[in-house]
Write a protein that binds this ligand. Structure first.
Ligand SMILES: C[S@@+](CC[C@H](N)C(=O)[O-])C[C@H]1O[C@@H](n2cnc3c(N)ncnc32)[C@H](O)[C@@H]1O
Length: 224
């Protein structure tokens, strides 16, 4: 086999493992097992499928957060579903004083710890259970990238992100296009807006995500 075939073979494997994660049933057990065996090659595989989520969301962070949360001094932020820490590594250290990360999976969190981008990291935290481990209004900004995707969290997981973010703080999240097609995420978010819990500051549709699918990126202002 020549080098070119090697690369093609590796890309097929990467595509398959990413696609496999979208066929999970969203239970804690399946997600924990899948990511536990994927953690070691996660960064390579998402690179091979040209995953852009962390780049797009941290660019949005850099353009929006200073404009909307200026004068607040040091910002505290949460990376929810931080995985191996791709988002944390790209966040500009000057704009965040303290970045914490949570994830369901211990192996992913162990890799995030090696980036030295995070103050506190915790595994075993399930976004589907409302983030009750974290006090209300703890963070100025919450980022959630690559998690509102098929087979992962339910739309109502956004409620926990809002709960742990302080009033007038921001929630930045990505939603893969197919997730929007297959769930009632937009309806759920519409109800939160109608109830005055959040407003939509920005919504960027069809922005780069992976080689085969775009995503929406939203920035929400927390109202409570
Ligand atoms: C596609 S990865 C994204 C990781 C990282 N944010 C990134 O952009 O590279 C999805 C991450 O969400 C985590 N995850 C999936 N379901 C979760 C849940 N219910 N609660 C917390 N984390 C979850 C997985 O363990 C995994 O680390």
């Amino acid at each position: 086999m020549n080098d070119n075939q090697d690369v093609i073979g590796q890309n097929v494997v990467s595509h398959d493992v990413v696609a496999g994660s979208h066929r999970l049933d969203g239970t804690t057990e399946q997600l924990t097992t899948y990511y536990g065996s994927w953690a070691a090659t996660y960064d390579r595989d998402v690179h091979n499928v040209r995953y852009q989520g962390p780049h797009v969301i941290t660019d949005l962070f850099a353009s929006v957060v200073p404009r909307h949360l200026s004068g607040c001094g040091g910002l505290t932020a949460l990376d929810a579903g931080c995985g191996t820490g791709l988002v944390g590594q790209l966040l500009d250290e000057r704009s965040v004083t303290a970045l914490d990360g949570i994830d369901l999976n211990h192996d992913m969190i162990s890799l995030a710890a090696k980036t030295n981008a995070y103050r506190i990291l915790a595994s075993g935290v399930d976004l589907n259970l409302g983030l009750r481990e974290i006090a209300e209004d703890t963070y100025d900004v919450t980022v959630c990238c690559g998690v509102f995707t098929p087979g992962h969290v339910r739309p109502a997981a956004v409620d926990g992100l809002i709960r742990v973010t302080r009033p007038d703080g921001l929630v930045l999240l990505s939603t893969r296009r197919r997730y929007l097609d297959e769930t009632d995420f937009e309806q759920h978010l519409g109800t939160l807006v109608d109830d005055g819990r959040v407003s939509i500051l920005e919504c960027h549709a069809d922005r780069p995500y992976t080689a085969d699918e775009p995503a929406q990126y939203r920035i929400l202002t927390v109202r409570k």
